[in-house]
Design a protein. Structure first.
Length: 237
């Protein structure tokens, strides 16, 4: 009779996933909903960052090529300069310092001062661009670190319900504990489903941000070399 009962439970409609979740404990349901929302949120951030970071790196390279090919090489603020790419905005921060100096630098000390100010301005611009590009990554970090623990909480709660069912029904058969244990395992699995992609893409985007920062740093140093040369020439004129 016991084996027949177990077979009926295992094959019954009440053991479908939707029915199992709908009949789950309210705490487990809240855990599952929270993990599901976290997973959806993380994929939204992943999709947005995939396109935005890729676009920023591509546009920055395009501006650098234009700059070194002479199409954006003047230290002036021309109309339309400083567009949507980060490299042009970093360049504009330097160009403003050059424009404010009025190009006429009678003393070498003043030339050194403008180069120093331009370096600080470009460093601030690089930090600002990297910070702006990295917005939203804290969401992935939070989901990646918290989701397994939220799932573990659902697991512990489900197992606790399984033992409570045993105590109430004085029955250790599979039908008594199968539901709560299934809920517990599902919470564990959903926690991992939410956490694993978040951690993987957080590491990837962090690496992409580091590459973008290095790219902008190298560009700013090259621009400073040109600015220093231009400033030195102005002091001799």
């Amino acid at each position: 009779m016991e084996n027949e009962s177990i077979g009926n439970v295992a094959s019954g409609s009440e053991f479908s996933l939707i029915a199992l979740l709908s009949e789950a404990d309210i705490v487990v349901q809240l855990v599952l909903v929270a993990l599901l929302l976290a997973s959806v949120w993380s994929w939204i951030v992943i999709g947005e960052k995939t396109f935005s970071l890729g676009g920023l790196k591509k546009s920055a390279r395009a501006f650098e090529e234009a700059f070194w090919n002479g199409r954006a090489g003047e230290f002036d603020l021309r109309p339309g300069q400083g567009g949507k790419d980060p490299a042009s905005r970093v360049f504009v921060s330097c160009a403003r310092e050059w424009q404010d100096a009025g190009r006429a630098l009678p003393k070498p000390a003043e030339a050194s001062a403008i180069v120093s100010r331009a370096e600080r301005a470009m460093r601030a611009a690089v930090d600002r661009e990297v910070g702006q590009a990295g917005k939203g990554l804290s969401v992935l970090a939070t989901i990646g670190s918290a989701s397994p623990f939220i799932g573990l909480f659902g697991t512990v709660w489900g197992i606790m319900n399984a033992f409570l069912n045993i105590a109430e029904q004085q029955d250790t058969s599979l039908g008594t504990v199968a539901g709560p244990i299934a809920e517990a395992l599902f919470a564990t699995g959903l926690g991992l489903v939410a956490a694993i992609p978040a951690v993987i893409f957080y590491n990837k985007f962090t690496s992409d941000l580091t590459q973008l920062a290095d790219q902008l740093d190298a560009f700013s140093q090259d621009v400073l070399v040109r600015l220093s040369r231009r400033a030195s020439d102005a002091t001799r004129d």
